[in-house]
Design a protein around this ligand. Sequence first.
Ligand SMILES: Cc1cc2nc3c(=O)[nH]c(=O)nc-3n(C[C@H](O)[C@H](O)[C@H](O)COP(=O)(O)OP(=O)(O)OC[C@H]3O[C@@H](n4cnc5c(N)ncnc54)[C@H](O)[C@@H]3O)c2cc1C
Length: 387
Amino acid sequence: MNLELSEEQSAVRDLAASFTDREIVPYAAEWDRVESVDRAIIGKLAKVGFLGLTIPEEYGGSGGDHLAYCLVLEELGRGDSAVRGIVSVSLGLVGKSINSFGTEEQKRHWLPRLTSGEALACFALTEPGTGSDAANLTTRAVRDGEDWLISGAKMFITNGTWADVALVFARTGGSEPEQQGHRGITAFLVPTDLPGFTRTEIHGKLGLRGQATAELSFEDVRVPDGARLGEVGKGFTVAMAALAKGRMSVAAGCVGIARACLEAAVRYAGEREQFGRPIASHQLVQQLLAGIAVDVEAARLLTWKVADHIERGLPFATESSIAKLHASEAAVRAANNALQVFGGYGFIDEYPVGKYLRDARVMTLYEGTSQIHELLIGRALTGVNAF
Ligand SMILES: Cc1cc2nc3c(=O)[nH]c(=O)nc-3n(C[C@H](O)[C@H](O)[C@H](O)COP(=O)(O)OP(=O)(O)OC[C@H]3O[C@@H](n4cnc5c(N)ncnc54)[C@H](O)[C@@H]3O)c2cc1C
């Protein structure tokens, strides 16, 4: 693995850094306060090509490799996790799934819309009764002539109320034992304006307040068979493939949060004086800063390793779990340490570290909780399924 960035990767990183400083950082606190990022950010992200990364140019993508993608998500995550999440879901979970599993027609229909920002996507796996146990989801899709009728509910769906298309996972298998669990699930690309499809915004989140998170409900939503993504009964494969890459996106975003914490804490430690000297000169404050710096570097290297494996065609699911587990816990630790450096001022909105901590907190929960990743890593090590 070469840790030196190519000219192209450096240029993408610099573009993402200046974009973040100009278009996100000045507004992040206000978006958090009003519980909505400015939707104009989607067009701006598309214009610089960030909604088309890793997608082939023939489908409107901007190309680039997965390391370039991680560099962009780190910068966006440094600015505002709510914005980073919009990209991670619409491009990372849905766009990339269409690119990997879609028919030529699906790619030509959806990818140019998603990469241009004309349309936004959401990924609808979690249900009110099934989070970690996603293989036991209960949303149903039944055949009706040439079509499918989808009924059920989805919970905590990022981009839910903003999305034009939802990648929905529904049970299509019968009652036979071999159709149960992960085997009986099929994926569908469902336009969100269809009759019977309703969306309700979830308010009062601890963090990621600027991001639209929704509950989705389906009452006999009719889609043609052409909306099916991948084979009947293979939807769980689509979901897990999406999440294996998605966890790298989350990890990259977490590196961004930890870096923002480090930069804010170092700056503040140099400015704030106690006992007649900058707090940076107190050894225990330096210990906090050093801890954050180690977390940033370690999380970044683990994340880049996933990108390297993807590019080289190597297995990457366990590496992705390791990166996501470490980076998400590191982001929470980094934000907590940064808040400690800020003392009481860290506890009020005037400074950004409180938001970093609130935003970081969900990272150990979504796209697999830390416990679920420990189980996945444990299974890869031992070959034993533990519960
Ligand atoms: C802001 C936000 C955005 C989200 N966005 C999306 C999205 O876009 N699409 C989507 O599909 N989902 C999304 N989710 C859902 C998210 O992926 C789930 O919340 C997550 O998978 C956990 O599921 P749960 O909340 O039902 O918790 P549960 O699965 O009920 O878990 C509760 C606790 O039990 C633990 N636990 C569960 N099973 C085990 C086990 N076998 N061993 C040990 N411990 C266990 C968990 O680790 C956790 O600590 C989002 C969630 C949030 C909060």
